[in-house]
Design a protein around this ligand. Structure first.
Ligand code: AMP
Length: 331
């Protein structure tokens, strides 16, 4: 059975981008593959969470994984820092990761632009840690959103380089995976780019947002004064709202508003109201379960212990073999 690995950075609540880009696929894949889904708390250190925030953020992602329907009996759910073998593999891979290729990563360049005061080495080597996350379980499929495509290519580069260097075929090649024919990119509500946590207030809709908050955010989403010509191309902000509708609404609803837009008869008030209602419906089952699961501390402890054990078992086997390949020996 093929192995699947994916994770979400523990920077707090999950948004619709995380859900439709990644977690929704996790839930489907757990029935068909040997799955490892983790909470990336090592990765979250690049933005320097305080010790007070760190655990709460990890807990929130664990709760939301479970609320979304990942079954800890089927898939291995674990916290990245419970598996220090990942950090060891990261160290080995770093020895053969080069400054030039790391600096060329699009997400590194974005981060440098957004936070010029915090360009740390962890940020630079983020794709190396991500490669370690994946190849530690020798995974071949990685359910991620479109923004991670380049990182997957780098994971293949680092795995292949290790193989070449040590004349082995130890690591298989991992590929980004989505059930649809394309990787998903969920746009934000601010009229430009993707939905993300660091993109500013009001851009993201969270799985844990209340119905009122979702309605308020969607009604405030950036739009324009409306189309002036029939069948005109949609500007980015409007296209983004339609892309969101395509994800959360039925095909009929989408076609209805698309045709009103094309005939210049659309009323953005009605359009947004419908979009908000469909987001409320799509997230309702998870919203309810989030509160239930959050209250059950002993269940969360059990899930994280079970996951840590299973993930460590798989990771220790890889590290033992990798150490032998590299040439570490005991006296
Ligand atoms: P991150 O929050 O950066 O750790 O991302 C975790 C997962 O969510 C990755 O698989 C991303 O590709 C996915 N993701 C985050 N934002 C989006 C988005 N706006 N559209 C699609 N996938 C996303």
């Amino acid at each position: 059975m093929e192995t699947v690995v994916s994770g979400i950075r523990s920077t707090g609540k999950l948004h619709l981008g995380n859900y439709y880009g990644a977690v929704q696929n996790f839930v489907k894949m757990q029935h068909e593959y040997n799955c490892f889904f983790f909470i990336a708390d090592y990765h979250s250190l690049t933005t320097h969470p305080t010790p007070e925030n760190l655990h709460g953020n990890v807990k929130q992602v664990l709760i939301e994984y479970l609320a979304a329907g990942i079954d800890p009996e089927r898939a291995t759910i674990y916290v990245q820092s419970d598996v220090p073998q990942i950090a060891e593999l990261y160290l080995y891979l770093n020895m053969n990761a080069y400054l030039g290729e790391l600096e060329r990563s699009a997400s590194f360049k974005d981060k440098v632009r957004a936070h010029p005061d915090n360009v740390n080495a962890g940020l630079l080597t983020y794709p190396v840690l991500m490669a370690a996350d994946i190849i530690i379980h020798k995974a071949t499929k990685v359910p991620v959103g479109k923004d991670q495509e380049q990182h997957l290519e780098m994971a293949r580069t680092f795995g292949n380089r290790f193989n070449r260097l040590y004349k082995t075929e130890y690591f298989p090649e991992p590929y980004a995976f989505s059930f649809s024919d394309k990787l998903v990119k969920v746009p934000g509500l601010d009229g430009k780019g993707k939905m993300g946590k660091s993109e500013g207030e009001g851009n993201a809709v969270y799985l844990s947002d209340s119905e009122e908050v979702i309605r308020k955010k969607v009604m405030r989403a950036v739009s324009d004064s409306g189309p002036t010509e029939e069948d005109q191309e949609k500007p980015e902000a409007i296209q983004n709202l339609f892309d969101l509708m395509k994800i959360v609404s039925t095909e009929d609803t989408f076609m209805h508003f698309d045709s009103l837009y094309n005939k210049c008869q659309i009323r953005y008030g009605d359009f947004k109201k419908q979009l908000a209602e469909d987001m409320v419906i799509a997230t309702a089952p998870m919203r309810e379960r989030i509160n239930e699961i959050a209250a059950d501390t002993s269940y969360l402890r059990k899930v994280s212990q079970l996951g840590a054990e299973k993930a460590r078992e798989s990771a220790s086997k890889t590290i033992k073999e990798v150490r032998e390949i590299i040439g570490f020996k005991h006296f």
